[in-house]
Write a protein that binds this ligand. Structure first.
Ligand code: ACO
Length: 308
């Protein structure tokens, strides 16, 4: 393999394309990250999909349907990008179902009220944008290009979430309490979306050297905190962190510790809703078996000239 070409392309900030030679570890690492990302998109459809029939108005329902459909589309772009590295969607789904590939911990928390849907848009998708915009400069071309469109749609998701929060935060006392309760429960899961602290992140250093990631987990987490705190203030809501304080010298907010034991338990398959999310995913896959079989039979007939 011509490692020289690979290293030159990386050094020059050019993208690696599927036909370019690449070290096996690079291929594996990009595939690992894209698979985790793709699975997050499709598992993420579940908690919000559960709220479509209970959205408080036709307007909110139409937005939520569009958002959940967008997530399916994001999954498909990403599975497509991963396939260019040699693993098809069927195999990735098998690995998801058997727990060999991961999805984001944030989707393993229950969505108890309508305010949870709003906060997931505002903070969950807000965190996703902070994480994903730099990925549109990722060194693997198909992944970077998929991110360009995904980020535009995520931006709409974040804005609709903030708008739904704005209505609740300016509503009745009961609505304001519901909004605050949701912020209290989703702040930590949103910060954990950025991954473990840099000191405990086995993949960051190499992914940064190869341009797969452009910033470390802690850098992006800090950027999100700095963006989100003023938004919470504008909504009149409190971030549940007593140590949160603006540090003028650093030009950033200082924040308190997160419960990393909870995070690792979640990553390793023991999140509050992990079992439920995976069972639902496997059942949906089984329900769709006849569609895949019919499509394969149709393709087979076309290949054999039985259909014109
Ligand atoms: N949820 C689940 N697993 C996680 C999370 C998380 N929030 N954060 C880290 N992990 C896993 C990693 O996948 C890795 O496991 P692996 O080596 O078995 O793959 C392990 O914990 C150690 O973490 P890192 O070394 O920090 O891993 P990495 O360098 O890949 O960074 C990160 C993790 C930041 C999530 C990165 O993979 C990334 O940016 N992914 C793309 C974006 C993404 O997937 N976002 C989630 C979707 S958000 C949404 O759709 C709303």
């Amino acid at each position: 393999m011509d490692t020289n070409t690979f290293e030159t392309l990386i050094a020059e900030g050019k993208t690696i394309e599927p036909h370019d030679p690449m070290p096996e570890d690079f291929r594996r690492s990009v595939l690992r990250q894209i698979a985790q990302h793709a699975h997050s998109e499709i598992i993420g459809m579940q908690p919000e999909g559960n709220w479509i029939s209970r959205a408080p108005s036709l307007y909110r329902k139409a937005i939520l349907i569009a958002k959940v459909q967008d997530e399916a589309g994001h999954g498909l772009y990403l599975y497509g990008a991963a396939e260019s590295l040699g693993m098809d969607q069927g195999e990735m789904l098998e690995r998801l179902h058997s727990g060999q590939q991961k999805y984001s911990t944030i989707f393993n928390y229950p969505m108890l009220t309508w305010a949870d849907v709003a906060v997931m848009g505002w903070m969950g998708d807000g965190a996703a944008i902070v994480n994903q915009v730099p990925l549109s400069r990722c060194s693997y071309g198909p992944y970077a290009r998929a991110m360009a469109r995904i980020c535009k749609e995520e931006s709409f998701h974040q804005r609709q979430g903030y708008d739904a929060m704005r209505v609740l935060a300016n509503g009745t006392e009961e609505q304001r309490n519901m909004a605050q309760d949701a912020v209290n429960r989703w702040w930590q899961p949103s910060l954990m979306l950025f991954g473990p602290p840099d000191t405990d992140s086995p993949n960051t250093a190499r992914s940064m050297a190869w341009g797969i990631k452009r910033h470390t987990n802690d850098e992006l987490r800090q950027r999100f905190i700095d963006l989100c705190v003023p938004q919470a203030e504008a909504l009149g809501l409190t971030i549940p962190d007593e140590e949160l304080i603006w540090d003028a010298e650093r030009g950033h907010y200082n924040s308190g510790p997160l419960d990393w034991d909870e995070f690792w338990a979640n990553v390793n398959g023991a999140g509050p809703c992990t079992r439920e999310r995976l069972a639902r995913r496997v059942a949906a896959h089984e329900d769709g078996r006849w569609v895949r079989e019919a499509a394969a039979a149709y393709e087979h007939q076309i290949e054999n000239g039985a259909l014109v």
